[in-house]
Design a protein around this ligand. Structure first.
Ligand code: ZN
Length: 325
């Protein structure tokens, strides 16, 4: 039996396997390099790009403890077979498929996106008996616009700012989201200035076959005429006396009316590296599991929704455990 539990990461008690544990473990599988999915494990399985990102963010010693596994290859772990499949979320992101000796299978999505991105591998969807799916945007109101519309919206925001002699400042997480934005700005032929945490990751994209545009290092004194890209944490450092500018957060949460006020930005641009509600429902149909477990975000609501659609589905969060009593 492969029954998952959420315990600061995903744990399979029947075989003692951790995935995306947030505390260091003797061995774990790491789905991707975002900090809420990684820890300083003694040994871990991940894709080569994920290990490279961890080298930049957590140092050489942690990177050396990583065991690289290519998509589709099989890693034997005791009686289990472990495989990684592209998750479409950020470069190197993987869904983890576990198979027991008796042929029972479980798929853990980690964070995933089914729509093709500009700076991540296209998703590949395997079948599994049990599905553990992230459901960050698991409510019906979350329907993202077409990718082309989102990309045009970002380019137009920047062009309009520059035309009005305002500096467009885009806030985007430095791993994944920033590189998607860089590819959009490159296609729009806009001059780019980027924070060093973004520039530090670009060589890894190049090494793994995704060329990135030229960027100038962030310089608060010389931002005029540039599109400025920085992670949201850096906005605190923007001097109060910079020339006229407009701030935009780049986030899937843009679909919520309140997002602009929550982020305290002039606008929010709805580029996401997650699946939206219709994508989540379609994904469950494609994997076609016997049982679906949900992690992150609207787990209880989406589980109830899937059950109404005739699927066995449960939240792994504590709230839903109460629902089961
Ligand atoms: Zn992530």
């Amino acid at each position: 039996m492969l029954t998952p539990v959420e315990r600061g990461g995903l744990y399979l008690p029947d075989c003692g396997l951790w995935m995306d544990a947030r505390r260091p473990k003797p061995f774990a599988v790491v789905s991707h390099a975002h900090s809420d999915h990684t820890a300083r494990h003694a040994s871990y399985l991940a894709t080569a790009p994920t290990i490279d990102f961890m080298r930049v963010r957590l140092g050489d010693a942690v990177a050396r403890r990583g065991i690289p596994l290519a998509y589709g290859e099989t890693y034997p772990h005791g009686p289990l077979k472990i495989q990684l499949f592209p998750a479409g979320h950020v470069l190197g992101s993987a869904m983890v498929r576990i198979e027991t000796q008796s042929g029972e299978s479980l798929l853990y999505t980690g964070d995933f996106k089914t729509r093709p991105g500009l700076a991540a591998e296209a998703i590949e969807i395997p079948q599994a008996d049990t599905l553990v799916m992230e459901s960050t945007f698991g409510r019906p109101e979350f329907v993202f616009p077409e990718s082309e519309t989102v990309q045009a919206g970002i380019a137009n925001f920047c062009r309009e700012c520059l035309k009005a002699n305002q500096i467009p400042i885009l806030l985007a997480y430095s791993l994944g989201k920033a590189q998607e934005v860089l590819k959009i700005l490159e296609a729009a032929k806009l001059p780019i200035m980027a924070h060093r945490t973004i520039r530090a990751l670009n060589p890894i994209y190049e090494q793994h076959g995704i060329p990135m545009p030229e960027t100038r290092p962030l310089d608060f004194d010389n931002m005029e005429g540039q599109v400025v890209l920085m992670p949201p944490t850096i906005r605190k450092q923007i001097p109060a006396d910079i020339p006229p500018h407009r701030l935009a957060m780049v986030s899937g949460w843009a679909l919520q009316e309140s997002a602009r006020y929550r982020y305290r930005t002039d606008t929010v641009l709805p580029l996401s590296d997650h699946a939206d509600y219709p994508d989540l429902l379609k994904f469950v149909e494609q994997v076609d599991p016997r049982t679906t477990y949900l992690m992150h975000g609207s787990t209880t609501a989406l589980a109830a929704d899937l059950r109404r659609r005739g699927r066995e589905a449960w939240s792994l969060s504590r709230d839903d455990q109460l629902e089961l009593l």
